[in-house]
Design a protein around this ligand. Structure first.
Ligand SMILES: [Zn+2]
Length: 321
């Protein structure tokens, strides 16, 4: 009697396990079959996505970012070791739109059907985002350069977007590792609580500067600006990713002087001579904001990224008054 019960129980258990097995790849299956022992291998296209996957996945994920933090995100060289990690990964997480023009080449060389769009092993976090500048028609550049053709892809820089992004990440991780769903939910809830608390603090710090007009080097900051009440009046790059000509620089700096624009927002990888020329000719004060986690030692995680940027911004804004 006891033996028969055990047989039935074991058969039922096997059926449950089979039903829970992710379609497709043996690596993902091994990942899950190892259950509690092995974390899910995840590859992301940016350090920001890595930070968000870690916030939700905790010790259940092992995450590698293909792009380093202080690199122009439009041009990334992926190393052979990273290709191997992508081949072994259970999940690829990307920003989507045309943010990663280099990714299609990488995926071609990996040639793994698990990473086709719509597969449970591929997550594009742009799906749940209300895009900005999506109405601006842009000419797609040659060789698939990043020109914001489908709307502005720098949406992780509105901390409110950390909410839908972690929601998508939670669902993707739970699909691949169903026994850990409640752990992922607990991690995400804690992350959202902290995000809400910091958001209140950041908004309060920025409140005195709402409506401040700024010029940016690259159109990295529309989501950030909208959240914190800055008004981006122009970009130094006439088209995203395209350096300005001397005549467009002259026209821009004259307009900045006339309009009294006091702040110029640059990135750590912006062309330093262009930034100093614009600042000197316009009289605006330059501030370098960090667009990605790890781009500065203080920007250790997603919340730390905003802590640092709000601190730099408010310090510079206070000095321009
Ligand atoms: Zn861009």
């Amino acid at each position: 009697m006891k033996l028969a019960f055990e047989r039935v129980f074991l058969r039922a258990l096997a059926l449950v396990l089979l039903a829970a097995a992710p379609a497709g790849h043996p690596a993902a299956w091994l990942n899950q079959a190892a259950g509690s022992a092995r974390p899910l291998a995840v590859v992301t296209t940016s350090t920001d996505l890595k930070a968000l996957v870690e916030a939700v996945g905790g010790d259940r994920v092992q995450v590698e970012s293909l792009a380093p933090p202080l690199h122009d995100p439009h041009a990334v060289e992926v190393k052979p070791g990273q290709l191997a990690k992508l081949k072994a990964a259970a999940l690829l997480v990307r920003i989507g739109l045309d943010h990663e023009p280099w990714l299609s080449r990488v995926l071609r060389s990996v040639n793994d059907p698990r990473f086709v769009r719509g597969s449970p092993h591929d997550l594009d976090t742009s799906k749940g985002i209300q895009l900005l500048q999506a109405e601006t028609p842009r000419v797609r550049g040659e060789r698939g350069v990043h020109v914001h053709s489908f709307g502005n892809p720098h949406y992780w820089l509105d901390p409110e977007n950390g909410r839908p992004m972690t929601e998508e990440i939670l669902e993707a991780l739970a699909r691949l590792s169903p026994p850990h769903r409640s752990q992922f939910e607990g991690n995400r809830n804690r992350f959202i609580e902290q995000l809400d608390a910091r958001l209140a603090r950041w908004s309060q710090a920025m409140a005195p500067y709402r409506g401040t007009r700024v010029v940016v080097v690259h159109e990295t900051w529309p989501y950030f600006a909208q959240r914190f009440g800055l008004v981006v009046v122009a970009a130094v790059e006439p088209t995203p990713g395209v350096p300005p000509s001397p005549s467009s620089l002259a026209a821009l700096t004259q307009k900045m002087r006339e309009a009294g624009v006091k702040l110029l927002v640059a990135e750590p990888y912006s062309n330093a001579s262009v930034v100093s020329q614009v600042a000197a000719r316009s009289g605006a004060r330059p501030v370098t904001l960090v667009p990605s986690v790890g781009g500065d030692p203080e920007a250790r995680d997603y919340l730390g990224l905003f802590d640092l940027n709000i601190k730099r911004l408010t310090a510079t804004l206070a000095s321009t008054r």
